[in-house]
Structure formats: structure tokens, C-alpha cells
Design a protein around this ligand. Structure first.
Ligand code: B12
Ligand code: SF4
Ligand code: SF4
Length: 305
């Protein structure tokens, strides 16, 4: 079966994705995705799941038997305004949990494709399996990996969620990665990071040392205390500092609306008790952390479990 790629992209836009590109399902090279080097340096901190299934992380054909195409999908979320609180939450977590949002749209897209191609066999992924979302977006020609290690779209910036549908079908036209990147001489993100978590190697390529990163420490770190030297600049969940200075984000169009009710809910979290925190977190990216981590992140005591 060969799918009409243009038709597929039109369907992706119709279900609500901001952009879509399609790459051949082949193995990523060590040069593109030096996972081994990152792990050897210990930059994964306690994210031991990153140490498992390394081969699968590079090659989607090990994840989906017979895979031929990776349909990469971008959903922009730059909000129209910011929450105001001493306990700040990264913008990607303002709305619905992106795993739920992306999965729903991807299943809708698969259903639409099946209306014309009933035998379309595919599996959707969004940060839910060993596959590197950013590198597939790059392979599909949608943008590049910026110095802050995030995927940057030339028009939408990096405030976007990524997901992919791995399919056994071929398409009539595959996209190619862009030539070079759009960062040029810019180093704003590297220079602004309060924890020097973006490490520049001798070759000039950058990697993220999660041990130093506020996002890692406020979300993935399960210790009773945060590292003393960590400068969170008020972030209690995630961190947007290295994205907020990026010229591509500054010029990107607003893509989501933070309404008064949601804004108030986000701001009230700093004083929420456990039941109200859990209620809020249920369909939010905040479900990744426990209430005890939340208390630790906002500077309150970390009760033993
Ligand atoms: C683990 C993880 C984290 C970890 C580690 C992040 C990281 N940069 O690796 C932590 C918890 C810190 C994290 C934080 C965040 N994350 Co996260 N995370 C992931 C996850 C699960 C895997 C990333 C991964 O593979 N890391 C492994 C290493 C090897 O990758 P790397 O070092 O970044 O890769 C670099 C090297 O390969 C280097 N390189 C290339 N060639 C060469 C050559 C040489 C010689 C060298 C030295 C280097 C080099 O270039 C790459 C880019 O710089 C993905 C989801 C997924 N399944 O893909 C989401 C994902 C990357 N995260 C996402 C988000 C939104 C975030 C946050 C912005 C959330 C927030 N606001 O707090 C922050 C951003 C922090 C940052 N500056 O990266 C989005 C990013 C969307 C986008 N536009 O890119 C993703 C894609 C989830 C999604 N599906 O939307 N995340
Ligand atoms: S997310 Fe924050 S702490 Fe992590 S690299 Fe970016 S600026 Fe630094
Ligand atoms: S701030 Fe500059 S160097 Fe960093 S990702 Fe954006 S354009 Fe690239």
C-alpha cells in the first residue's frame, strides 16, 4: 500500500496538528543521536529508563514490525499569557496532559486515513515508548535541534509537542531533513541557563546534563531535597528559561489560550492540599509527580511516603 503523502498532511492539519512531515523508517545514526555518549557521561541522572532499549530508540523497525514510514506530528502550544505565581509551572503543562491530547489526535488521524486506506496499519507514540520524538521530527524535515537540545520549528519555535505514527505503509513522497540548522551564531539559551546544564562539546554540539537541569530536578528527581546549588528561578514544575529567550519562540504565533479559570487553578496550586493537587494533576502533565515532590519543589517539607 502506498499512501498519498499530500492527502495525509491535509488530514493531519484537519484534525488539528500544526505541522506534519514523513520520514523513512530507518535507523538513526550515532552522529545524529549519540545516546551512548550521553549515557556514558551520566547525563541521564536517575532516568534509568533511558538506559534500556537503546537499539529500539534508534530504530523504529524494532518497535513496530515491518515499519516503513514515520509520520512526525507537531502541535504548537505557545500560550497567550503567563501564570503569575512564585511557584511557576512550565508552559507545556498549562493545559491538558500532552500525552492524552496527542494520542487522541493521532488516533483520530489514523481513523481518517483508514476511511480511504482501510488496511492502514500503524501505532502512535508520544513520549510513551523508546523512540526519540525530536530526531524523527528532524528527519521528517520539520525543523532542527537547537542548542538548548529541543526541536525548533522555523515558524512555530520550540513550544510544541511532538509525536509520531509509525506505519507499515509507504508514502509516495518522503521528506528530507533540512540543510544545517537555524541557530547560527546564537547562544542565548546556553548563556541564560542558570545552572549551566547545556554542555557544549569540543565539536560545538550540545547535550543536556539532566543532573543540573531544573526540569529534571523538579519532575524526575525523587530525592527528599533538591540539589542545594540548583537555581530554579521560581519554577516548581519544569523550566522554560532556555526557551523563553529563543528568537524563534519570541516571533512564533500564539497557539493556545490560557483562560481565567485555568490561570486561577494554576496559581492556586501553590497553596493546594493533597486532594486538590491530585484532582488538578489527573489530566495534566503534573501527574508525573507526587504531591510530596510538589511540596519539596515549592519549598515546603517533603513528607516521607
Ligand atoms: C528524557 C527527556 C527529558 C529529560 C532530558 C532532556 C534532554 N534534553 O535529553 C528532562 C527531564 C531534563 C527533560 C526536560 C524537558 N523536556 Co523532555 N523529554 C525527554 C525524552 C523522554 C527523551 C529525550 C532524549 O532522548 N534524550 C537523550 C539524549 C541523547 O538526547 P540529547 O542530549 O538531547 O540529544 C542531543 C545530542 O544528540 C546532540 N548531538 C548531536 N550530535 C552530536 C554530536 C556530538 C559529538 C555531541 C557531543 C552531541 C551531539 O544533539 C542532540 C540535541 O542537542 C523526550 C521524549 C522522547 N521520547 O523523545 C522528551 C522531550 C524531549 N521533552 C520535551 C519537553 C517539552 C521538555 C521540556 C521543555 C519541559 C519543560 N518545559 O520543563 C524540558 C526541556 C529541557 C531541555 N532544555 O531539554 C519535548 C520537547 C519538544 C521539543 N520542541 O523539542 C519532548 C520531545 C516530549 C514530547 N513528545 O513533546 N526531558
Ligand atoms: S530547562 Fe532550565 S535548567 Fe534546564 S537547561 Fe533549560 S534553562 Fe537550564
Ligand atoms: S536560543 Fe538561539 S541557540 Fe538556542 S535554540 Fe534558540 S536559536 Fe538556537
Amino acid at each position: 500500500m502506498t499512501i498519498d503523502s499530500q492527502y495525509l498532511k491535509e488530514l493531519a492539519a484537519a484534525v488539528g496538528f500544526s505541522d506534519c512531515g514523513i520520514a523513512r523508517a530507518e535507523s538513526l545514526t550515532d552522529g545524529e543521536y549519540p545516546l551512548g555518549e550521553w549515557l556514558d557521561l551520566g547525563y541521564q541522572a536517575d532516568m534509568h529508563y533511558m538506559e534500556r532499549n537503546a537499539a529500539m530508540r534508534r530504530d523504529p523497525r524494532l518497535l513496530v514490525e515491518g515499519a516503513r514510514s514515520v509520520i512526525s506530528l507537531v502541535y504548537a502550544y505557545k500560550p497567550d499569557r503567563q501564570m503569575e505565581s512564585s511557584a511557576r509551572i512550565a508552559q507545556y503543562a498549562y493545559g491538558e496532559d500532552y500525552h492524552e491530547l496527542m494520542k487522541r489526535l493521532m488516533y483520530r488521524l489514523i481513523a481518517k486515513i483508514r476511511e480511504r486506506y482501510p488496511d492502514f496499519d500503524a501505532r502512535p507514540f508520544v513520549d510513551t515508548a523508546p523512540i526519540s520524538d525530536r530526531h524523527w521530527a528532524v528527519r521528517a524535515g520539520l525543523g532542527w535541534i537547537g542548542r538548548n537540545t529541543l526541536f525548533v520549528h522555523p515558524l512555530l519555535g520550540s513550544y510544541c509537542y511532538l509525536g509520531e505514527i509509525v506505519a507499515t505503509a509507504e508514502v509516495d513522497h518522503y521528506d528530507e531533513p533540512r540543510e544545517g540548522d537555524g541557530c547560527g551564531d546564537c547562544r542565548r539559551c546556553v548563556n541564560v541557563c542558570p545552572n549551566s546544564a547545556i554542555i557544549v562539546s569540543k565539536t560545538g554540539a550540545t547535550m543536556l546534563d539532566a543532573r543540573r537541569c531544573t526540569s529534571y530536578n523538579t519532575i524526575e528527581n525523587r530525592d527528599e531535597t533538591l540539589p542545594e546549588e540548583l537555581d530554579t528561578r521560581g519554577y516548581a514544575f519544569g523550566c522554560d528559561i532556555c526557551q523563553s529567550v529563543c528568537p524563534y519562540n519570541l516571533q512564533a504565533p500564539v497557539a493556545s489560550h490560557l483562560d481565567d479559570e485555568r490561570k486561577a487553578q494554576l496559581e492556586a496550586l501553590a497553596s493546594s492540599d493533597e486532594p486538590s493537587f491530585r484532582r488538578f494533576a489527573k489530566h495534566s502533565a503534573l501527574s508525573r509527580i507526587k504531591y510530596s515532590q510538589w511540596l519539596r519543589n515549592i519549598g515546603k517539607s517533603f513528607p516521607r511516603q
